[in-house]
Design a binder for this molecule. Structure first.
Ligand code: HEM
Length: 382
């Protein structure tokens, strides 16, 4: 009965998430067919079908003749006419800004919403098909230590700061379409100001959490041939096999490296956004990548550096958020006994034997010999 209630509540929660995702997607859809479409709506007298209307040769409201060639030259950088050292100051019409704006208001939020909604949908589906992954032997009633206080502190610092950064970042991308109509301008502006402040400063906590988790866990996350077997056997998530694993299995190792590389990339691109025009990270990265056969531009203007930083920051953040949603699912609702590892630091012995058999064997043997045969502790009373 309790199981049924737990399952129904969890399914309702996941459905809720799916609904939120659908609202988000509808809002994004509306955003492109509504707000943005209005922005680019042709003037009243424009011809809307057939051949495009001829471009006017004069711009009466700008009070002069429209010289197509002159403006074309200026837009292309007026090659040969600017010889001042500051290349950025020599750009009169920066077309790259328009390209960036189109990405920032178009594919980035659209595909981001599809990815977030898609992941939530997949998890609901997975839950309905597979249900909660149970300890197949049932709980043993005795526990062993899985993570020390320091490990858990690092994890929760990283997790809480990431969640705050993700929510405040999503507000930058989707807030005006999803929350503004509900909250009204005044409240939304006040909330966004606080959110932006949080986003800037919580990034420091995220960086500290990232370093703490890196130094404590990197030793357990180097690849090993057994990781391949873990994948081939579906990792105990697809199917019912429990492939052997040490402290972290192959899936966890991938998560670890995604979080580390994605985290560092977010911190660096975030720094570039926080202190504009100080760090030409992209030109340097492109020059480095060109050494591996790429052909990327290495002469970037200050504006292009900032545009790349903003786009990259958004892409990596959305990607990592999608991955972390799956991680949160499996670490809480998705698997019986998993949350205890980060909650109390102690896991049930049978859970340990099923999901991390090699690690459990080692721990039980080591601690058993150290304590004269009593490795596991009785589970605390509920
Ligand atoms: C409410 C949110 C979260 C919950 C409930 C949660 C839960 C867990 C649990 C239970 C574990 C241990 C798994 C085991 O014992 O094998 C774990 C590990 C880990 N968590 Fe989280 N976590 C959350 C958020 C996050 C966030 C936001 C990040 C990173 C941005 C993160 C990164 C990691 C990493 C790198 C590991 C080690 C590898 C792994 O076990 O997958 N977690 N988490």
């Amino acid at each position: 009965m309790t199981r049924l209630i737990q399952r129904t509540t969890a399914a309702a929660g996941l459905f809720g998430c799916l609904l939120v995702a659908l609202c988000l997607m509808t809002a994004v859809d509306g955003m492109f067919n509504g707000t943005l479409a209005q922005n680019v709506r042709p003037p009243e007298n424009a011809v809307t079908s057939g051949a495009p209307p001829p471009r006017p040769q004069t711009a009466p409201d700008q009070g002069g003749n429209y010289d197509k060639e002159l403006w074309g030259e200026l837009r292309r950088g007026a090659k040969g006419t600017v010889s001042i050292p500051d290349k950025q100051a020599g750009i009169l019409v920066d077309s790259s800004g328009e390209t960036w704006r189109a990405l920032r208001n178009g594919p980035l939020p659209t595909y981001g919403a599809y990815a977030l909604g898609g992941m939530l949908g997949l998890l609901v589906l997975f839950y309905l098909i597979r249900g909660r992954i149970r300890i197949s032997q049932g709980p043993a009633g005795t526990t062993i230590e899985r993570f020390t206080d320091f490990e858990r502190m690092g994890h929760w610092l990283l997790a809480v700061s990431f969640i705050i950064l993700a929510l405040t970042g999503l507000n930058v991308l989707y807030g005006r379409y999803v929350l503004l109509p509900v909250m009204g301008k005044e409240a939304f502006a006040a909330m966004s100001e606080i959110a932006k402040w949080l986003h800037n400063y919580v990034s420091l906590a995220f960086a500290v959490g990232l370093v703490m988790t890196f130094v404590t866990w990197v030793w357990y996350n180097f690849p090993h041939p057994r990781d391949l077997i873990w994948f081939l056997k579906g990792g105990g998530v697809i199917g019912s096999a429990h492939p052997p694993a040490k402290k972290f299995n192959a899936g966890q190792k991938i998560l670890f490296w995604l979080v580390m590389l994605g985290g560092v990339s977010l911190i660096l691109s975030g720094l570039q956004l926080l202190l504009p025009n100080q760090f030409p990270f992209f030109a340097k990265t492109f020059a480095f990548l060109n050494g591996f056969g790429f052909d990327l531009p290495t002469e970037l203007t200050a504006n292009q550096e900032q545009q790349l930083a903003a786009s990259w920051h958004g892409i990596v953040a959305l990607f990592l958020t999608v991955v972390i949603i799956a991680h949160i699912y499996i670490g809480s609702v998705g698997m019986e006994g998993a949350f205890d590892a980060m909650g109390t630091g102690e896991v049930d012995v049978n859970w340990a034997k099923e999901h991390h058999s090699l690690w459990a064997e080692e721990e039980l043997a080591q601690k058993g010999s150290a304590s004269g045969g009593t490795a596991a502790r009785p589970a605390p009373a509920e």
